[in-house]
Design a protein around this ligand. Structure first.
Ligand SMILES: C[S@@+](CC[C@H](N)C(=O)[O-])C[C@H]1O[C@@H](n2cnc3c(N)ncnc32)[C@H](O)[C@@H]1O
Length: 429
């Protein structure tokens, strides 16, 4: 039987090209390391190296190996959730050197040793744990990173729900047709739960534990992306505005205020009392308790209805020069990680309502993952997860179409430094 290398689909020339790509990535990393770049910037380059390496390794695998590799992913995901739930990784020494026997670990967890070993084998196969001899195991950097990391645990919780919904795709598309899911009722997620006539929120509300678990995992997973992100808000403070009561920054769908808090803390002199936190009434009732958040204006909204913070110039033409007066409205509207929850028609409605409220000098900042075409593996996975709840991630071209239809033009694109989460600055056409 041919080995994996001999049956690789790669020719020697292609292997040379891959090796050259890796060398180039290593050179870039070395240059960054020698320069004064921040650790975060270097992380970006490190991921280029990792992606080049992963691409090279995948190309070396036979189609059969690749298929078998794929089968391991959902299994490892399930076992990781069990291990995190049991606190199993914490009981293995963190130094990635000192082993613990399966028997001792099983005893500490109150689990049957036979079961524990089988579960652990999945993580050994997936590279999260390393087996020593036949009956001992050690942590690896891949497992240690998960210990005490609520963000990654939260991401895993959210993703595991999406993965189980993805498994019923064939039946879903048979029932709803081979088209993009656009409705919150009858999304693959609600279909997979056997309640297609309800929304995800209506289904979850039947089980308070699920509501709590989901809210918690959404909160922590939102930290997966850097806050406040790559956009420099300091210009707002210096911007000349005569009307001292004019709101400077409105966060539409701002949840519990965590993002605004981070913007405020990174933008000295931006007064919290001139910033507005908007969300559904029940969400605003649970905002955080930091002083800056207490000082914010809180305005309950439904972003499918009229935006209440409106700004409009009314002009008086005189013989000398036009005199403009400005009614209080926001200088900047900000909507982060929210449009991706919706298909185009709903996202367009939200944008149109914000655009209608904007003054000619207002900016709208759309903060979302900006996909490349084709997307990176991470973005492709996230987009598919969004598809499961009838939302979508978008490329810059998709955002250009959407904003143009809403009467907006993109004036600046600020790409993420350490993630694909970028900022689109828009003004009214
Ligand atoms: C995915 S979260 C994003 C939260 C926050 N912007 C962030 O970046 O972490 C979407 C937010 O939209 C809010 N939301 C959902 N439907 C809404 C509606 N109809 N009107 C106003 N806010 C809504 C949710 O409560 C939630 O806080």
């Amino acid at each position: 039987m041919p080995g994996p290398i001999s049956s690789s689909a790669l020719s020697p020339d292609q292997l040379d090209a891959l090796a050259a790509e890796l060398t180039q990535a290593a050179t870039r990393l070395r240059q960054k390391n020698n320069s004064n770049g921040t650790k975060k910037e270097n992380l970006g380059t490190a991921s280029i190296v990792a992606n080049a390496g992963i691409a090279a390794l995948r190309s070396l695998m036979t189609p059969k190996d690749r298929f078998l590799d794929l089968m391991l992913i959902p299994a490892a995901m399930g076992v990781l959730r069990v291990f995190l739930h049991w606190g199993a990784l914490e009981r293995i020494p963190r130094d990635c050197v000192t082993p613990i026997s399966y028997a001792k670990l099983a005893e500490q967890l109150g689990a049957e040793v036979g079961l524990l070993r089988r579960l652990a084998w999945t993580l050994v196969a997936a590279g999260f744990l390393k087996q020593v001899g036949t009956d001992q195991v050690v942590n690896t950097p891949n497992s240690v990173v998960l210990i005490d990391n609520p963000t990654l645990k939260g991401v895993l919780d959210v993703v595991s729900h999406q993965v189980s919904a993805a498994m019923v795709f064939p039946k879903y598309f048979e029932r709803y047709g081979r088209i993009e899911p656009t409705q919150q009722r009858g999304s693959p997620w609600t279909f997979s739960r056997g309640q297609p006539d309800k929304t995800i929120w209506e289904i979850m509300q039947e089980d308070p534990d699920e509501v709590e678990g989901f809210a918690k995992s959404m909160r922590v997973s939102s930290r997966f992306y850097p806050m406040p992100g790559p956009y420099d808000f300091s210009w707002i403070v210096d911007h000349p505005i005569e009307d001292k009561s004019r709101p400077l920054l409105v966060d539409v769908g701002g949840s519990d205020g965590e993002v605004l808090l981070s913007i405020l803390r990174n933008t000295p002199s931006l007064p919290p009392e001139r910033c507005v936190l908007q969300d559904l009434p029940h969400v605003l009732a649970m905002t955080r308790q930091e002083e800056e958040i207490k000082a914010l204006k809180k305005v309950p909204i439904d972003f499918f209805k009229e935006e209440p913070v409106k700004g409009e110039f009314s002009g008086i033409l005189t013989d000398v020069k036009p005199r403009l007066t400005l009614s209080p409205g926001a200088l900047v509207y900000h909507i982060r990680r929210t449009l991706h929850d919706y298909a185009d028609a709903d996202a367009l409605n939200i944008l149109r309502l914000i655009a209608k409220a904007m003054a000619p000098d207002s900016r709208l900042l759309i903060v979302e993952l900006i996909m490349t075409n084709p997307p990176t593996p991470f973005a492709a996975a996230v987009d598919l997860f969004m598809c499961i709840t009838a939302g979508k991630e978008r490329t810059i071209e998709m955002f250009e179409r959407l904003t143009a239809d809403a009467g907006l033009r993109i004036t600046r694109v600020v790409p993420g430094k350490t993630s694909e989460m970028g900022v689109l600055e828009c003004m009214k056409v």
